[in-house]
Design a protein around this ligand. Sequence first.
Ligand code: NAI
Length: 245
Amino acid sequence: MNLKGKVAIVTGAGRGLGKGIAAKLAKEGAKVIVSDIVAENAEECAKEIKAEGGEATAFCGNVAKLEDVNAAFDAAVNTYGKIDIVVNNAGINKDAMLHKMADEQWNAVIAVNLTGTFYMTREAAKRMREQGSGRIINISSMSWMGNIGQSNYAASKAGVIGLTKTAARELAKKDVTCNAICPGFIETDMTRGVPEKVWDLMISKIPAGRAGSPEDVGNLVAFLASDEASYINGQIIEVSGGMVL
Ligand code: NAI
């Protein structure tokens, strides 16, 4: 998986999955715009990548704000001259049972997870169509199939799958692919917050017997971003240790 000369944007790359993805892309030779809403985390991630001999630039922005999305693409083009890979990883959850779900919880999750991914994918589509190449990789979730307490999150992640498949159909002739990854249960700040009982229950459902790591997801992102994956398009790929078989 040689990504030498490729330029990537990874959203939500200040910590967790996004950080692991950014590090892996950089390790494979990509120049990475490390984007996050938390500036110091984006800077720390870029610093760590550079310390490992990689190339990265921190960018602070909110994927749910159109002007920040445009600025992220401009940062990539101004710094590295083009954009080849977009990884839409930024995401949040605000869980509640449906009958208790507040409008604020619904709107906030849809704004970041779905509208943010739409803004990024639309901008990528415009630029990659012109370029005649590109890779868009959207981080969905196995919760897209429905999960108790996550009607907002599940709806946003199911929306990402519809968006991914449509982008794949529309962009295929321009040599641009768009795929989605559904991580299972990955150890990050998002999942470390769950009660111990829930943690144990989740692990008991995983044939691999362990939570995944950001690197497990980063490995697949790097492959999908590579030239070798040019004939894989519109797919939903799980990285879950075999959680659903
Ligand atoms: P996390 O909460 O540890 O990290 C999310 C990152 O996104 C943070 O750095 C945060 O500052 C950033 N972010 C949040 N809102 C943003 C916004 N509006 N604009 C830009 N950046 C923003 O979460 P984690 O676990 O690393 O999750 C990453 C992605 O993977 C999310 O989309 C999540 O839904 C998805 N996912 C995670 C799973 C897991 O087991 N950890 C399982 C399935 C999906």
